[in-house]
Design a protein around this ligand. Structure first.
Ligand code: SF4
Length: 372
């Protein structure tokens, strides 16, 4: 059982006061998200600064330390889960295989979309806005059909594979501010499973492939991505394909290393290996992102938040990235797994309630056997 916030344990229902507080926080964060989206569409310079150079750089550190916060307040999730909250969803269940397919598509979408930042999204607010609107549209359509987070937040969302890779040893479990009762809509539920990793998922080929690609490929992909400059003037297909070359090269190298290590270590050390690759990926991200944010980047103004080049010494940036790297390796590799989940599973829906014929272990076992 997950250790939780003081005064709240697994299976507890949120009090109506707590629900109200979470709804207010979700509404506030949703308004901030809508504001950023509006800026992206109509004030692109400000929108790009807020989205790509403030919100996104904070996200990986949040996924490592406290992903439950994001799972509870993500504006996209709040939008996509609205049909479910308003009882407008058909609440269908995905089979384990369907869920695995969505996970695999999410990983591929991540690797396809991120290099496009160099060619399009980093310099075009409207393009980024349209990307967000497209994701919200797909998510809300899925929300009208499928139960709780199964189809988008724990399925097709391209950010979810990164949450699962980084969020393996979190600081604290929060109450689940979306699902009022657990309907076992995802096997296994990434929100409610302690020390979840991409490999924690069921062993269908799709889940295994997703875990392999995100864990093995991400460190090299991140490294390669930071060796490509932004270029909004790309017109030819050859140049366009060029934004994929370095990320793909890095992806292949670390994927091969990971596969070799995975095949030569004992099963019980797999969690450690995942931790090492997760720490490498997130450390690599900040190794390049922190200098770029403050004017010490490799490519002039790419990803610039505020230029401190003539104000602070270069060694202070070096010190920050050494500290962040040490922190992530401590957090994800050295620290013992602490049996905490991102959020606490609410109590299971009663047998026979709408959309649920079984409960708990019976249900999970049956769902798994039925679909694998
Ligand atoms: S807590 Fe239960 S209902 Fe909510 S997403 Fe997880 S499995 Fe689905």
């Amino acid at each position: 059982m997950s250790k939780a916030m003081p005064g709240f344990k697994s299976g507890d229902q949120l009090s109506s006061r707590s629900v109200l507080i979470w709804r207010i926080v979700q509404a506030v964060v949703w308004c901030v998200g809508a504001g950023i989206l509006t800026c992206l569409l109509f004030f692109p310079s400000l929108g790009i600064l807020l989205f790509w150079n403030i919100l996104i750089p904070v996200a990986p550190a949040l996924f490592v330390t406290w992903p439950g916060v994001w799972r509870n307040v993500c504006p996209l999730a709040t939008t996509n889960l609205l049909p479910r909250h308003l009882e407008l969803s058909k609440r269908k269940r995905l089979s384990v295989i369907q869920s695995g397919k969505l996970n695999l598509v999410a990983v591929i979408a991540l690797y396809v979309i991120i290099p496009l930042r160099h060619a399009v999204f980093n310099s075009s607010g409207p393009a980024t806005g349209i990307l967000i609107i497209s994701m919200a549209t797909i998510g809300i359509l899925l929300g009208f059909v499928y139960e709780w987070k199964s189809a988008w937040c724990s399925g097709l969302c391209p950010v979810h594979p990164v949450e699962k890779l980084y969020g393996g040893n979190v600081i604290m479990s929060l109450p689940n501010a979306h699902c009022n009762q657990c309907r076992n809509c995802v096997v296994i539920c990434p929100d409610s499973t302690h020390n979840v990793t991409p490999s924690s998922t069921p062993k269908t080929t799709y889940h295994q492939m997703s875990a392999l690609l995100i864990t093995g490929g991400l460190p090299g992909f991140v490294w390669g991505w930071f060796h490509v400059p932004d270029d909004a003037t790309i017109t030819t297909f050859q140049h366009f394909a060029g934004v994929y070359e370095m990320p793909l090269l890095g992806f292949i190298i670390t994927l091969i290393i990971y596969t070799l290590l995975l095949n030569n270590i004992l099963q019980r050390f797999q969690h450690n290996l995942t931790g090492i690759f997760a720490a490498t990926a997130v450390s690599c991200y900040y190794w390049y992102r922190v200098p770029a944010l403050f004017g010490f980047g490799k490519f002039a103004d790419d990803g610039l938040l505020i230029n401190l080049r003539n104000i602070i010494p270069a060694w202070s940036i070096d010190a920050i990235i050494i500290i962040t790297t040490a922190f992530f390796f401590y957090w994800l590799v050295v620290r013992k797994p602490n049996n905490k989940s991102w959020v606490i599973r609410p109590q299971y829906a009663k047998r026979g309630s709408k959309g649920l014929q079984h409960t708990s272990i019976d249900f999970r076992r049956q769902a798994y056997l039925h679909t694998v």
